[in-house]
Design a protein around this ligand. Sequence first.
Ligand code: ASP
Length: 612
Amino acid sequence: MYRSHTCGALRMQDVNQQVTLAGWVQTIRKFGAITFIDLRDRYGITQLLLGEELNSQLTDQPLGREYVLQATGKVTERSNKNSQIDTGDIEVAVTSFTILNKSAVPPFTIQDDTDGGDDIRMKYRFLDLRRNAVKKNLELRYAVNRSARNYLHQQGFMDIETPFLIKSTPEGARDFVVPSRMNAGQFYALPQSPQTFKQLLMVSGYDRYYQIVKCFRDEDLRADRQPEFTQIDCEMAFVEQEDILQMFEQLIKQIFKDVKQIDYSDLVERISWEEAMWTYGNDKPDIRFNMKLANYKFPLHTFPEKKETLSNSLLSSGATGFAVFDQAETIIGFAAAGCSEYTRKQIDELTEWVKRPQIGMQGMVYIKCNLDGTFKSSVDKFFGEESLQKIAAATGAQPGDLVLVLAGKEEKTRKAASELRLEMGKRLGLRKENEFKLLWVLDFPLFEYAEEENRWVARHHPFTAPKPDHIAVMIDNDPEIKDAAKYLEHPYAGIKANAYDMVLNGNEIGGGSIRIFQRPLQEKMFAALGMTEAEALHKFGFLLGAFEYGAPPHGGIAFGFDRLCSILGGSESIRDFIAFPKNNSGRDVMLDAPGTIDQHQLDELHIQLNKE
Ligand code: ASP
């Protein structure tokens, strides 16, 4: 036996026991004739005491950091206890030790606040993984995994593996492809998700399926994405949207409970996509704080259900005398609570913030709602006290608040207002790391307009069903967009999907839909997306064929497992929760992959590389 105990196991009740430990040398401290060694493994750190007799052995065989050491000795009570660690009351008085393996000097210190930068830690990820901080993340990941599996198993879901070498699946990204040696000139695609397989499993009668599964998407890796990532992928048959919502909010609540010991007893709020866009400026609002947007002016058709409810006719009329407002397509504001005393400097700094290229606004209007009931604004020249009061009132501002108003092109202004809201939420400490707020976003549009191609694309994916009431609109109308400028007036623009996203603290953690399960509607969908009949058959003949053989009504959802872990772990980066992640250019710097392959491999694959 290499060890009788782990380095995290021994306590006061073990005093006088003879033990053998094995682990890595964290630190070595010499005090005259005695030496203290902190020995570390996955479970903790135990202090070893090497007396005079062993010191000569240490001179012959010097130890270094990260050496692999086996030590035998007696557990003794420490005179100088360390309450910071679980084993801090004891130490092991070593009687013999063996160096099981040496270690080169590690390129960075293996401790929580390491001196290693990102690149070097990724290159030596196997050492980085020894650090407590990283280990905790992987432990959390495993806890989420276990919790999800337990819950789904209890609910009768079956884990069924689906293949990785497949034909393209349309989740809207580029495929990774794998050349086939046995089929010259042909390629597999790696799945962007198991979407079509899980639907086929429903046709096969496995009415509750799940898989914790790798998905592959060849996207530009902006903003914390990984080319391969993990989903908790689920599908159910004989369900309506409501069944799915209940089943899976319970899953997330169970994960909260198991992993964070949080009893999430609140009702999970629900909001329509249109309402979310209107009140928060985006479709994954952070509802840990309020700060709802006031929409003063909006182009007519953008949010059809909302166009009558502009917050302030004063601005929407378009003749205020203030050119910035009069010429703007959209004007949006909100109140930052308790910020009326912002200094000139703070306001200038915020104005610079909205002018950054990522946000792209020309400027920002503010109205200070003073505690004495007066108003002070950057547009005093154009608006009297009464008008300022009205503009502020639309945001729900109270005395002491600061109203921030942005104006400009519709989409840009909405995005900017949404970002500014989040930024103010952050600055005001309203986005608390330990507060978790779930939200369902419902009723997404089924289609999105692709300007470059002047056609419809599926907002979720082509298997998503329209709301039952909207099926006829889809069947009865020609998808062709005759006048690009008026695409929002096309009947398809108003079709809503039976699709839902689960949002946690401003992050989309999952999304899914009720599926089309009848061949004619699926064919109509493919046609709406601009596919010819032949293309649809070539790409999805297998699914259309399956729908001929008794496909049940079905629907599902997939959760972004890495993201869920990172949020629960209080981190912005999913990489911290992946054992061997890739960097922002999609490289594994430890393996140095991707890399070139030998000529004979290329030949076997019938591939000739372009000379450039
Ligand atoms: N396959 C979808 C996705 O990856 C999820 C789903 O519709 O179940 O987004």
